[in-house]
Design a protein around this ligand. Structure first.
Ligand code: 3Y8
Ligand code: NAP
Length: 249
């Protein structure tokens, strides 16, 4: 009987949680605890870190987990690397549910950059009005460019932000292109900075930027070690079926 750990925090993870619950599977959903009130899931849910690779391995053993599904965000690189190392160390099957990166379409004015620091360097010297829709964890490097007016969108209100000219919008995705276009027009946005998250939940600002003819600084996702990866909930369900739990070991 499979017992699955689902590392969540994305739209696809929530979709998979519903599929596992509907199938009556024995599964545990895991959040990092980054937000005050994460969306409730239809599975037993744990919140918080495991304590690195060793902590994850101990938890997997104690909980008699037979399969690990990593459905975390493409920028949750440390969690994914830890899952790869933990599962390799104890011979546990691992699959990643990962959405493909966004690719530019006609009308897109994207500048792809490898990381946050390159995104900061890509902004102009002259003061701009920047929609910084990358969450809260990576704001500090932008303090090197205090001349810009930043519009920040965060899941939870955050005290003492590192940016002198920042307007904060507290909102949780998924977002709509119409809503993001209105927001960007209202704030006279001249530049958008985003992570190449893929998926549908964060794509709205790219559609809005295209419609408004705005430049987008798009941060490539971090490199990831080799692992089995699928792109749909159905493929995860097939993978679980194709990897029966070792009987009694
Ligand atoms: C805690 C769980 C679901 C999952 C929904 C997806 C879509 C909406 C869009 C913008 C971009 C951003 C951010 C974003 C989106 C989905 C998905 C996605 C981007 C929640 C959630 C958790 C988090 C953590 C949060 C980070 C932040 C990133 C905001 C829940 C709502 C910018 C990523 O304030 C903070 O500290 C926020 C931290 C990590 C990135 C960062 O580095 O700051 N996600 N987001 C998860 C946990 O504790 O394990 O609270 O319900 C989940 C979702 N956020 O069930 O439908 O699948 O991508 N999340 C990015 O893509 O750039 C917002 O504003 O346009
Ligand atoms: P990260 O930097 O890769 O992970 C840092 C540490 O946080 C991990 O080593 C682990 O702690 C803990 N952690 C991360 N995800 C976890 C999970 N699902 N369950 C339990 N512990 C977790 O992660 P992050 O980028 O901060 O992302 C945190 C969460 O937000 C993830 O669930 C991710 O899917 C979600 N999210 C992130 C982004 C983003 O842009 N980064 C966007 C949308 C959603 P230990 O080492 O102690 O185990």
């Amino acid at each position: 009987m499979p017992r699955i750990l689902l590392l969540g925090g994305t739209t696809e993870a929530s979709q998979l949680a519903h599929a596992l619950a509907a199938a009556g599977m024995d599964a545990v959903f895991s959040y990092a605890g980054r937000t005050e009130a994460p969306v409730a899931q239809p599975l037993p849910t744990r919140v918080g870190g495991f304590g690195g690779v060793a902590g994850l391995q101990a938890w997997l053993r104690d909980q008699r987990i037979t399969h690990l599904v990593d459905a975390t965000h493409p920028f949750a690189a440390r969690m994914s690397q830890n899952a790869i190392a933990a599962c390799a160390g104890i011979g546990l099957p691992l699959v990643a549910l990962e959405r493909p990166p966004w690719v530019p379409q006609a009308g897109d004015r994207w500048q792809s950059v490898p990381d946050i620091d390159a995104a900061v360097a890509a902004l102009p010297e002259t003061p701009a009005r920047v929609f910084l829709a990358i969450g809260r964890q990576n704001l500090a490097p932008f303090a090197a460019r205090p001349q810009h007016r930043y519009l920040l969108r965060l899941v939870d209100a955050a005290p003492d932000l590192p940016l002198p000219q920042a307007t904060v919008m507290v909102a949780r995705g998924p977002f709509t292109a119409e809503g993001d276009r209105a927001l960007m027009e209202e704030h006279g946005i001249t530049h958008v900075v985003a992570k190449n998250a893929g998926g549908s939940g964060a794509a709205a600002k790219l559609v809005a930027a295209r419609a408004l003819g705005l430049p987008v600084v798009l941060i490539d996702r971090p490199a990831m070690a080799a692992r089995t990866t699928v792109a749909s909930v159905a493929e995860v369900m097939d993978w679980i079926a194709a990897h029966p739990a070792d009987l009694g070991v």
